[in-house]
Ligand binder design. Structure first.
Ligand SMILES: Nc1ncnc2c1ncn2[C@@H]1O[C@H](COP(=O)(O)OP(=O)(O)OP(=O)(O)O)[C@@H](O)[C@H]1O
Ligand SMILES: [Mg+2]
Length: 353
């Protein structure tokens, strides 16, 4: 049995079977030929492997080594509790949203884009991708994960309403690793010589990109959509990683879903997708099954990355998410926080061989 088959059987044995299709893959309902990546991401350094969910899709193994200190995810709802989106229980460990603090008045910044300093040592210690961290397993894993996304971003036949360089990272329920994957993907792409990255915190109700990076809250996406006198340059954050800029979620508003569905948002995504030909834009999104924002956001995207938490998220939840993503271009799956796949050495050899 190959390493990929071993992983596949492990995945299936951990997943509750769908009542109507006991052997169904995790991702039914995806149109035939839709490219799907599934990457197994380790919550411990020794674990990882991947398999393709769609029979016609390429198999792209990836191993993501997280620090050994990272705790195993909290168990979430039993399958029966995931019958409807509203019944999906959030993992106990999900943190409360950070309060959005209003920064200095925007007018003062008109002279130039604000620059923030990412603490790269702290990020490396947190198990995140950094150029200074060397060639770790994590770096290798995100190299494998990003490759097809980048390729598609610049080779898709033009769809002016859903540019392929707009990539949304989402999940079914909270805590599956959206922000972790979005930041690592952004860092990994920013290490490429040929691309720049704009990382947007689009989890507007529970923004966490800046907090995860140890940075204070800033104005951002919602402020641009709320006030047409504010433009991207007013609120964009350049970083000490030259190719990486960040846009925070900005001021919290109960009108977030309407704003994300607005013409202003369509104009905004058109602008950011097209202004720089080498730019990839990564959106850290809310979970699909608990919010309406994620679904609306997805309508603008050329590529979707659905993070699925290993041994926690049910098939039913994943199916429901994929159903919500029907009509979206290029849905990919990252299978996250896997642990203890036997034969991991084979995958490791694959990376470095
Ligand atoms: N592959 C991984 N290895 C180790 N730790 C991980 C991995 N993926 C996520 N985590 C950790 O799991 C926790 C939840 O991740 P994260 O905040 O990225 O989830 P999320 O889906 O963005 O959650 P929310 O829906 O609340 O925004 C964090 O502590 C993160 O560092
Ligand atoms: Mg998050």
């Amino acid at each position: 049995m190959s390493i990929i088959e071993k992983a596949a059987s492990r995945i299936d044995s951990k997943k509750p079977a769908a009542p109507d299709a006991p052997d169904a893959p995790v991702a039914p309902g995806v149109p035939a030929g839709t490219p799907i990546i599934e990457a197994a991401m380790a919550a411990r350094a020794e674990a990882a492997v991947a398999r393709s969910l769609a029979s016609a899709s390429p198999v792209i193994p990836a191993a993501v080594a997280a620090p050994a200190a990272v705790a195993a995810p909290a168990a979430v709802a039993a399958p029966a509790a995931v019958a409807a989106p509203a019944a999906v229980a959030a993992p106990a460990a999900v943190a409360a949203p950070a309060a959005v603090v209003a920064p200095a008045p925007l007018k003062a910044r008109k002279q130039g884009v604000k620059k923030v300093e990412l603490d790269l040592n702290r990020m490396r210690d947190m198990g995140m991708v950094t150029a200074a961290g060397g060639r770790t397993m994590l770096v290798e894993d995100f190299r494998i994960i990003k490759r097809p996304l980048i390729k598609r971003a610049f080779s898709e036949s033009a769809d002016s309403t859903k540019p392929a360089n707009l990539i949304m990272v989402t999940s079914s329920v909270p805590g599956e690793g959206k922000t972790y994957c979005a930041i690592n993907l952004a860092m990994s792409i920013a290490m490429e010589l040929d691309h720049t990255v704009l990382l947007i915190d689009a989890d507007v109700a529970r923004p966490s990109v800046l907090r995860t990076l140890g940075l204070p809250a800033e104005r951002g996406l919602m402020d641009i959509l709320l006030d047409d006198k504010i433009d991207l340059a007013d609120v964009l954050l350049r970083t000490n990683v030259d190719a990486l800029s960040i846009l925070s979620a900005g001021t919290s508003t109960p009108r977030a879903t309407e704003l994300l569905a607005s013409q202003s948002m369509s104009n905004f995504v058109h602008e950011i997708a097209n202004r720089y030909p080498d730019r990839i834009v990564i959106f850290d999104s809310p979970p699909l099954l608990l919010t309406s924002e994620a679904h609306v956001l997805a309508t603008h995207m050329g590529q979707i990355v659905l993070v699925v938490e290993s041994e926690t998220t049910t098939q039913h939840a994943v199916k429901e998410s994929l159903r919500q993503l029907e009509g979206c271009n290029n849905v990919n799956i990252i299978y996250n926080k896997t642990r203890e796949f036997p034969g991991i050495e084979e995958t490791y050899d694959y990376h470095y061989g």
